[in-house]
Design a protein. Structure first.
Length: 446
């Protein structure tokens, strides 16, 4: 069993995947198996306490063990628990100082045992990596620690040992990762240059699939063009309709809104992009065109104008639409990843200030008595990410358009990564993070 668990862990390191989670959790006992992972840290043999989920691909290392293993290196870090914040605090560059006998098997710190569902901070910045607290110890995926600490790890095939080198920076063998099938089961993947349109990597890029709330990039584009034409204004008071109220009160509602309520157009644009408010998208569409149907017609016309041949829109938000037939069809906005990439780069190039909105990690709207965080987890974990849009439906899976500037000598290249059909929000953050890491390597080598 241990050999199988180790094999899973080692194969995970080979493809160098990363997992990002919104919150921490406690694993049920029947889902987890304690084990020890054999490793070498800067040539020193170390056994790391770990838990392996009963389903493959989820292995979590005791962060205290890892902190102790790299103590004294350039990548050392200290880890404490803040009772007031109910948070695990990681401080890079500081030596790890054990509390009492916390590194001794069976000896649990009372302070740590209270942190069953901790929040996470790295150098006082709140982040959203997946972690689990089990019996008073916090466990991370080793690949997440690799990214947090900028540490490289490789597999020694001769003795099935993970070799951690604190003197080398985080790196991904992208060709091996892609060849392993890492992206194959997504609905579509594209990584490309926003300015030139160069495609750096793609897979299933011409599959016409449901795109969920990434739809709202087209909605934003049409509203901005309406503002340019003086048809509407950022300062308009938008009157919420019964249709928008119905969306708000449905299971897909994000912000409570009532018919007759007035909301600034600028607030609707912000909430549509940052927290993916479906009612905001409906209200904006009606304000510009009079009805969702009329606005949707504009969406499809714009898609033709931009030669997005795979695009097919039914509404401004991306939720399913059911036909009125006895055997109702479940219609969803759809497009292939290649066209969604083209749409995204068109919007970013025409209206680069969209990034002023999509880079916000949280939003507060006093008039709506509403406050929440951005749905894009990469904004919290990956420096430089400044957009762009997430989306989720049962048919579409978890989707994301993400973008960041990458330095290439004295020049900056902006890249866009599209991932459609991730199976959950953790994979939705994991896969584009690998793509963006590859983009950094791609341009550093050119």
């Amino acid at each position: 069993m241990k050999k199988r668990i180790l094999s899973i862990m080692l194969s995970l390191v080979i493809v160098v995947t990363m997992s990002f989670g919104m919150t921490s959790a406690v694993f049920a006992a029947d889902m987890m198996n304690p084990t020890m992972i054999k490793s070498q840290v800067d040539g020193k043999s170390v056994n790391l306490r770990a838990y392996s989920a009963s389903y493959e691909g989820n292995n979590f290392i005791c962060i205290r063990d890892f902190a102790n293993a790299i103590n004294g290196s350039e990548k050392q870090f200290n880890i404490t628990y803040d009772k007031n914040k109910n948070a695990v605090m990681i401080v890079k560059g500081q030596p790890y100082i054990a509390v009492g006998g916390e590194n001794q098997p069976g000896n649990r710190s009372v302070e740590w045992s209270s942190s069953s569902v901790p929040k996470l901070y790295v150098n006082d910045k709140k982040v959203q990596y997946t972690s689990y607290s089990i019996e008073g110890n916090t466990y991370f995926k080793i690949v997440d620690l690799m990214q947090i600490l900028n540490i490289n790890a490789t597999l020694d095939d001769s003795n099935n040992t993970i070799k951690v080198d604190t003197k080398k920076d985080f790196d991904v063998d992208f060709q091996k990762t892609a060849a392993s099938g890492y992206f194959d089961f997504l609905h579509g993947t594209v990584l490309g240059n926003a300015a030139t349109g160069e495609i750096i990597y793609s897979n299933n890029a011409e599959n016409k699939v449901a795109i969920a709330s990434t739809t709202k990039i087209m909605t934003y584009l049409l509203v901005r063009e309406g503002i340019d034409k003086k048809q509407i204004s950022w300062d308009d008071d938008v009157v919420i309709s019964k249709a928008a109220e119905a969306v708000s009160s449905s299971e897909d509602g994000v912000i409570p809104m009532k018919a007759g309520q007035k909301v600034k157009l600028s607030d609707l644009m912000n909430t549509m992009l940052v927290v993916s408010s479906n009612e905001s998208a409906t209200a904006l569409a009606e304000h510009l065109s009079g009805s969702e149907a009329a606005f949707t017609k504009l969406m499809n016309q714009k898609a033709k104008e931009l030669k997005l041949d795979s695009a097919e829109f039914y509404n401004p938000h991306g939720l399913p639409v059911y036909t009125s037939n006895l055997f109702a069809a479940k219609l969803q906005n759809r497009m292939d990843a290649k066209d969604l990439f083209e749409l995204s780069r068109y919007v970013i190039n025409k209206y680069p200030d969209i990034l002023d909105i999509t880079s916000k990690t949280e939003i507060s709207v006093d008039s709506l008595n509403f406050k929440d965080v951005n749905t894009n987890r990469l904004l919290f974990n990956l420096n430089g990410v400044d957009g762009l849009k997430t989306g989720t439906t049962n048919r579409a899976g978890c989707c994301i358009i993400t973008t960041m500037p990458i330095q290439k000598g004295d020049k900056t290249e902006r890249v866009i990564a599209i991932v459609l059909g991730a199976e959950d929000s953790a994979e939705r953050a994991e896969k584009p993070a690998i793509l963006l890491q590859y983009a950094k390597q791609y341009y550093s080598n050119k």
